[in-house]
Structure formats: C-alpha cells, structure tokens
Design a protein around this ligand. Structure first.
Ligand code: TRP
Length: 340
C-alpha cells in the first residue's frame, strides 16, 4: 500500500473486553500501520466508535468501561498519540452534522442492502419474527455514520476486514453522488484496503475466540486469569511420546498465532518427534504471552488507573481531528448552501 501523503483512518467499536485474538488480529497490525504512516508522512487517524456502539449498548456504565479499556489498550500497545490522531467519535460534533447532510444524498436502497441490517433481518426471519423487530434506525443507517467518519477527513485509505469493505464502498458511493450533484470534488472518494488475513488465534476450546463462547485468553487479565485460560486449552490424551501431526493439535494452532517463529518451530518439532508434553507447551505459550505483553500490561494498568491522562490525550486528539473535520464540513456547506 502506498502511504506517502495519504490519510489513513480506522475506527474500532468498543463492544467488549479485549482478548488475545483482538491483539494479534487487529490492534497490533493497526499500530504497525500507524508507525509506517508516520515514517511515510501520511496522516494516521484512529478513533473509538462509541456512537456506533450505542446502537447495541444501552448500559452507560458498561459503555464507559469498554471505551476506557479500548483507549487504554491501544495506547498501552504502542499507539503514539503524537503521530496518530486518536479520539473518541462522540467528541467530534462535525461527524454528526455531516451525517445529516449525507442522509439527503443516500438512496434508501443502499441501506436495505447493507449487510449489518440484512443480517439482523435474516435473524428475525429465522425466528419467525417481524423483519424489523428490534432494529433501530442507528443500525439501519450505520453505513451513513460510518461514511461521515471517513469523509470528514478527506480520507484516502480505510484499512478494514472483509466485513467492512461494503461500508467503505457505500461511503465512496455517497461521496460520488454528492460530487455529481455539484459537479465538483466536494468530498474525497475513499478506498478500502483489505487487511491481510493474519494468523487467526483459535479459542481455548478450538472454536473461534470470542467472548460469547467463553473461550478467550484475556488480553490484559491478571497473571492468574491468563494462566487459567492457557492451562485450560483443550488437549487430547495421546501418549506424550507418540509422534503427532502438529496440525491436529489445538495448542500448535494457538502457538502459531501468538508465539515467536523459533518457539513455533520448537513446538512443531517436539510434537512431530514426540516427547514434548502438553504441559510444557502450555508453559511455553505462557512465556510467549509474557514476552509479548508483559510490559504492555503494566502500561495498560497504569493508564486504567490514570485515566484522566488518557482523557487528556483523547481531548487533544479531538482538537486536531475537529480542525480537519470542521474545514471539510465548511467546504461541503459552502457547496450545498451556495455560501462563499
Ligand atoms: N464499523 C466498523 C467495525 O465495526 C467500525 C467503524 C466505525 C469504522 N466507523 C468507521 C471503521 C470508519 C473504519 C472507518 O469494525
């Protein structure tokens, strides 16, 4: 991806406690991208999408907690608020003004096709409920708010997972529609960048790692919590000395997601030859987690107990963000209201 002088933007919803899969799959790659952006004179923008979260989360204490955890986690893992613009979506009122503007240029049919809404409808149909049961307008118009998130900064590139590509396309279509009406580049057309599939870390029972399956290794748990999760990784009862196919062994799949190349190779060899016990492998995994995250965990605990410092950083980020989004919003209003 060419980053030179580009604006790269990512948003993350604060939906729940973070696990190791989130770290290796999303947090770490995003922070790497932030570093690369700084080296390439690109602007890197990263925000906590707390307004997107309220479609689903109505408990204010829970939402405040997940927002806090997410902000502290990104900072602890190395997001640099001096080189990346880092803020909470709810602090940028321009986003919501722009959302209202975008609504007027967004065909309703776009929303009917958006997959988050479609998935919710399919769920209702499967349960024989009315198709829109429990679906609020926030969920229905989710892609318009997301378009405003993106378009408010003249974003060039939005790195996303597969499930978000459609949303970026909708943002590009809305921008294109507005540009066509005013025959000018009112808004910059963004493109998505499909993130490489990183090695997915399975859960400790072998299913997808997810809080709802209760099979996670917590990212910033206590030593005891992390140890309990790792020791609980499902194993079979093959003889310790039997040569094994590493691909059949869950511990090996988890190792591939979280350990260094050397450790992965050592485990692979130990399993193929036989003689390396599952207890030993679990200890190696614990050590890998400690090596990768020990220091970050300390920083995380620091930020969590000094959240006023984090909030300051977020407010400074919001100021930088509003300088950009304010200018873009003005430009848009100048076009549509014929202001000079
Ligand atoms: N919808 C994204 C997700 O669920 C989060 C998000 C909100 C986002 N606004 C964004 C991502 C803007 C990229 C750009 O993961």
């Amino acid at each position: 991806m060419q980053l030179e002088n580009k604006t790269i933007l990512t948003g993350v919803k604060p939906t729940g406690t973070l696990h190791i899969g989130n770290y290796f799959g999303a947090i770490q790659p995003m922070i790497e991208l932030g570093k690369k952006s700084a080296q390439s004179h690109a602007s890197h923008i990263m925000f906590v999408a707390d307004y997107h979260a309220i479609n689903a989360i109505k408990d204010p204490v829970f939402l405040a907690q997940t927002t806090k955890e997410l902000a502290c986690a990104y900072l602890a893992c190395g997001l640099d608020p001096n080189t990346s613009i880092f803020y909470k979506q709810s602090d940028i009122s321009e986003i919501f003004e722009l959302t209202t503007i975008l609504m007027a240029y967004t065909p309703k049919g776009f929303m009917n096709k958006a997959h988050a809404y479609k998935a919710a409808v399919d769920k209702n149909m499967a349960k024989n409920e009315p198709q829109d049961a429990g679906i609020n307008m926030g969920l229905y118009t989710y892609p318009v708010l997301m378009a405003a998130d993106i378009l408010a900064y003249d974003t060039d590139i939005v790195p996303v997972g597969k499930d978000q590509v459609q949303h970026v396309e909708i943002a590009a279509d809305i921008a294109g529609a507005i540009n066509a009406v005013y025959e000018a580049e009112v808004l910059k057309i963004p493109t998505s960048f499909l993130k490489e599939e990183t090695q997915v870390v399975p859960g400790i029972d072998g299913q997808k790692m997810s809080k709802s399956y209760n099979n996670v290794i917590p990212l910033f748990g206590t030593d005891a919590e992390i140890k309990k999760a790792v020791m609980g990784i499902k194993t079979d009862c093959q003889d310790i000395n039997a040569p094994k196919n590493p691909d059949d062994i869950l511990l090996y799949h988890i190792a591939k997601g979280i350990a260094s190349k050397e450790t992965i190779a050592e485990i692979k060899e130990g399993l193929e030859k036989g003689g390396m016990g599952y207890g030993t492998i679990k200890k190696m995994l614990l050590q890998s987690i400690q090596d990768e995250l020990g220091e970050k965990r300390e920083k995380y605990n620091y930020y969590m107990s000094h959240y006023d410092e984090v909030e300051d950083m977020l407010q400074q980020g919001a100021q930088k963000a509003r300088a950009i989004s304010g200018a873009v919003l003005n430009r848009v209003k100048n076009h549509i209201f014929n202001r000079k």
